[in-house]
Design a protein around this ligand. Structure first.
Ligand code: GDP
Ligand code: MG
Length: 163
């Protein structure tokens, strides 16, 4: 009914999911998991992040001892960034992604993406925005707001933007 429709639309949220370089070869499996869990995918792009974009993407971790190693990892190959829409999408995608450490994911969330495709604490297959605000900032690195200023490097034959 109308009340239910309104309630559902009021919880609709956008988030970013990003497949990291270690799991790009598993993009099909990961998209299957995303669609099976009921997300709508509104945009997708394959790109290689520049160091500058990677530093922007992980700005909140600037002070962490693993920051440089993390930037090395995330710029080591192509990534696939996706805009996902769904009810409570931020929390929902982080749950499907699983705990940060892939080993913990395997024991605590065996059906999660990180349990299936991650290796360890750093090399953990996917990223998920942790709030609607941070997700919006991260989406902007790949998709706008001004596409001409978007410095995420598009690869000639492999990029696509689905709108
Ligand atoms: P997430 O939100 O679950 O992705 O985890 P965080 O925001 O805490 O960390 C961001 C990313 O940094 C993680 O997904 C890992 O790729 C990496 N990371 C987190 N903790 C460590 C660590 O202790 N060492 C290293 N090398 N990388 C880490
Ligand atoms: Mg995080």
């Amino acid at each position: 009914d109308e009340a239910t429709k309104k309630k559902l639309s009021s919880t609709l949220e956008k988030t970013i999911a990003m497949i990291k370089p270690d799991a790009v070869s598993k993009v099909g499996h990961i998209m299957d998991m995303i669609f099976s869990d009921g997300f709508h995918m509104s945009k997708a792009i394959m790109a290689q992040l520049s160091r500058t974009d990677a530093q922007r993407f992980y700005a909140v971790h600037q002070q962490k001892p693993f920051f440089n190693e993390l930037v090395d990892f995330i710029t080591s190959g192509k990534v696939v960034a996706m805009e996902l829409i769904g009810n409570d999408a931020v929390k929902h995608w982080r749950t499907l992604a699983g705990p940060t450490d892939s080993a913990v994911a395997r024991s605590e969330a065996p059906n999660s993406v990180r349990a299936r495709f991650g290796t360890d604490k750093q090399t953990n297959a996917v990223h998920g925005g942790d709030s609607p605000e941070n997700a919006a900032k991260e989406l902007n690195i790949f998709f706008g707001p001004q596409p001409q200023k978007n410095t995420a490097k598009l690869l000639d034959c492999t990029c696509c933007v689905i709108k």
